[in-house]
Each structure stands twice: as C-alpha cells, then as structure tokens.
Design a protein around this ligand. Sequence first.
Ligand SMILES: [Ca+2]
Length: 121
Amino acid sequence: MYVRNPQVGKDGKPTSGAQRYKITVYTSDVKWAGTDANVSIELRGDKSNSGLRKLASSKNDFERGAIDEFFVEAPDLGALLAVDIGHDNRGGGAGWHLNKVCVLYGAEVASSPSSRDAGTV
Ligand SMILES: [Ca+2]
C-alpha cells in the first residue's frame, strides 16, 4: 500500500531526493483496541516534514493485535525528530489503542514509545 505524493515518478519510484519511509503500525491486543477511523501520520525531520498523510489499505486495517505496514514517499526529511499519528474519530468504536509505530528509512529505525492511546489528528 502506498501513500503517493507528487515526488513519486510514473514508475512508482521516488524521484531524486525523495525517500521512502516504511511505517509499521502495531495495534494493541486489548479489547476495543481496533478502529475504523481514518488514520493519518506526519513525519517530522530536521530538514522538513511530510505533511499529514492518510494511512489506508484495501483491507480492514488497525484492528486488534494487527500489524499494518504502509509506505510513505517524501522528500528527504533529514533526521527524523517526531512522528505524529492519530485519527479523525470517524466510525463506530473509533477509539484506537496504538501499541507502537515504527518508521524505517535508510538504515535507521525510529520507534515510538510503547503503548499509548492514539489522539485525534
Ligand atoms: Ca479497522
């Protein structure tokens, strides 16, 4: 699943200067942890930030105990400083318990502190 932006060429590969960020989202394995709300992420680096990107796939993602992977293309953000993830509170039982989110880019992995309730974007 890809969240595309204009930095991506016709062949789906990043144009020069773009980076591909692999986002792995771990939903907690607790009651009512899953959500059907629209989940968005923003990656903030020391050079730039990605802007808000919707994370969605064709399947029912962000369910209890699930691990969902997404790719976000963005210009090189520099060193990743912060990852904001949240949802729009839509749908029944929108509340979402996020265990953690990992961002893989280049050779580096950034991981959030474990276990928290995801806020609303
Ligand atoms: Ca869902």
